[in-house]
Design a protein around this ligand. Structure first.
Ligand code: KG4
Ligand code: ZN
Length: 334
């Protein structure tokens, strides 16, 4: 069946068509309209501007996705929309648009958890992937480890207790003058620096848990920058990028290693915008290699926010009979 996916939780408006069945997972169209250039002027996402930009784009790209897929609304078996978590105003645009489209055309509507969507991107890139597996979601808003027991049963076994990893990358990137969002630029810059040059605290919370805290690491990096500024010293940005990235990859590798041991899972999915980080891909891939665990990480095009991943997650909710109706509301939190 064809699923129309709609995503508007943050700063990308996206519409996609995927064809899903028992043996088929195929992306027919995945249109992503990024607002990054607009928000770059402000050094971060401005929620009100994001909502308005979604309104301007959502209808156009939805019909573009249908056209690209070579189908019309009458071929769509279900509409899946990100309903939570995210920026509330941004989410409401997608939710209300999807509700109207579903109601007017008599198409079943499915509410999708954005984080489950990120994990479902791996179903599209790896057609043989099936639960149970472990999933690490690393994005601008999330850092969580899940035991995925079935396509719709996600058990959170670890998470950040404060900031998300992507948010912390972006903050450090902004302070050292990198273009927004700083994550991708820090990734590149880290290759030019010495990862042992600056000693930074680990974001892995000590003890028998699978949790993180990125605010201490972020503050330590900001203090390092401020102190150098006060002394009139120039910091080595590449060393900071390398040391910061090293602190992050080591902590995540440590907790992933513990999660594999605790759960005995034989497959790990890494997803979300920060899964595009080349250092993290290598580090987590190495942990999996050493533990003989299958490592699945979607291609870069499916790591960031996109509606194909939402449609893939929606298919499984649809299969379970989890439908939404016109009373569906968006929620900023999970
Ligand atoms: O999943 P995503 O598109 O949006 C959220 O759901 O949050 O993730 C965006 C995040 C941003 O923080 C961005 O800086 C980060 O992903 N990101 C990266 C890289 N590419 C994107 N972080 C580190 N290294 C990268 N290569
Ligand atoms: Zn996301």
């Amino acid at each position: 069946m064809f699923i129309l996916g709609i995503e508007s939780s943050c700063d990308e408006t996206s519409a996609a068509v995927v064809e899903m069945s028992d043996g088929k997972r195929e992306i027919k169209a995945n249109i992503v309209a990024s607002q990054i250039e607009v928000h770059r002027l402000y050094g971060g996402v401005v929620p009100e501007i994001a909502s308005r930009a979604h309104i301007e784009t959502i209808s156009k790209i939805t019909y573009e996705a249908l056209d690209t897929a070579g189908i019309t609304l009458s071929d769509v078996g279900a509409i899946g929309v990100t309903a939570f978590p995210g920026l509330i105003g941004a989410l409401l645009v997608g939710v209300n648009f999807a509700k109207s489209l579903a109601y007017a055309n008599g198409i079943p509507l499915v509410a999708v958890n954005h984080v489950h969507g990120h994990v479902s991107a791996a179903l599209l890139s790896e057609p043989s992937l099936a639960p149970p597996f472990l999933a690490l979601v690393v994005s601008g808003g999330h850092t969580s480890i899940y035991k995925v027991n079935s396509y719709t049963d996600y058990e959170e076994i670890g998470s950040t207790r404060d900031d998300a990893v992507g948010e912390s990358f972006d903050k450090v990137g902004r302070v050292i003058g990198l273009p927004y969002p700083g994550g991708a630029a820090l990734d590149k810059l880290a290759y030019e620096g010495d990862k042992k040059a600056i000693s930074l605290p680990s974001p892995a919370i000590v003890g028998d848990n699978l949790d993180f805290s990125f605010s201490g690491l972020k503050t330590a990096a900001l203090n390092y920058i401020n102190q150098a500024e006060q002394k009139g010293e120039e910091i080595n940005k590449a060393d900071l990028a390398a040391s910061y990235t090293y602190a992050v990859t080591r902590a995540i590798s440590k907790k992933i290693s513990a999660a594999i041991e605790q759960t005995g899972m034989k497959t790990l999915v890494m997803a979300g915008g920060v899964a595009a980080n080349s250092h993290l891909r290598k580090a987590v891939g190495d942990v999996c290699g050493a533990k003989k665990v299958r490592f699945v990480c979607p291609p870069l095009s499916l790591c960031g926010d996109n509606a194909a991943m939402i449609a893939a997650a929606a298919y499984h909710e649809f299969e379970k009979g989890n439908f939404a109706d016109t009373s569906l509301n968006a929620s900023a939190t999970e």
